[in-house]
Design a protein around this ligand. Sequence first.
Ligand SMILES: Nc1ncnc2c1ncn2[C@@H]1O[C@H](COP(=O)(O)OP(=O)(O)OP(=O)(O)O)[C@@H](O)[C@H]1O
Ligand SMILES: [Mg+2]
Length: 289
Amino acid sequence: MSETSTAPVVLSAKGLVREYPGKGGLFGRKAPLRALKGVDLTLHQGQTLAVVGESGCGKSTLARILTLIDPATDGELTIDGTPIDVARERPSAQMRRKVRIVFQSPYNSLNPRQKIGDAIGDELLLNTDLSATQRRMAVLEMLERVGLLPSHADRYPHMFSGGQRQRVAIARALMVKPKVVILDEPVSALDLSVQAQVLNLLAELQADFGLSYIFISHDLSVVRRISDEVMVMNAGEVVERGPCEAVFSAPSHPYTRQLLEATPSTDTNAIRERIARRAALRAQKDNAS
Ligand SMILES: Nc1ncnc2c1ncn2[C@@H]1O[C@H](COP(=O)(O)OP(=O)(O)OP(=O)(O)O)[C@@H](O)[C@H]1O
Ligand SMILES: [Mg+2]
């Protein structure tokens, strides 16, 4: 699928840096924490770019910058051909509509006292001039589109299963017709069978709406199934990137190899590859000694 990378670029970043203030040490201020140390990325129209790496490597920090929720300390960002001032606290609403995010646990981002139809409709209330009736119709249509029922609009978040709540979060993200959706561990909290359903839905929506995804995940077997390109992060830096198959079948960076080794898998091909990789590593060591 990587030959489609001739598709137009919808989002690109160069040298993104994010520093968080250091916590005050015993003798005054500590050095700032550099959560991102100069990250570059390119996302093509209709493609899925996976971002993988262990906890704390900066994936969600990157997600919040790309979604214009948080500013960056330095770097360049272009969304749909428009350069963004990444250091600005509140970029224009028009730009923020182009990139939407779905979090791991929509329970935290949905107001427990708001009916989900209203939560989804608020996206249109805030961002469009549509009338209340038009908004309602659009919400009902989107609920059906994500595999829920129109009658669900009048239910509260706690009345849904985890998978359904994630469908609500996806519906809400899509209401303003974004170009890019950032999926930050979107299925990690779900059972395997529900994961598969939500991943299928995401694939359908991507094809129907021509969406581009940045898919953040710990689960390399999921990443492998759905991504075109992958970038591997370690401690705020990209250590390896490339077409998904190429990176997974022949990882060139030791950190990527470690990550793959650490991933339990029931996929026989993956297991076969892992055995072959270990054998190759052993042979290398034997030759060296
Ligand atoms: N608001 C913040 N203030 C200070 N430090 C932060 C803040 N947010 C994140 N960090 C730090 O920045 C680093 C990167 O965090 P981030 O949440 O981006 O990692 P992650 O890759 O998403 O991890 P996980 O896989 O656990 O979600 C961590 O060291 C984290 O402690
Ligand atoms: Mg995170």
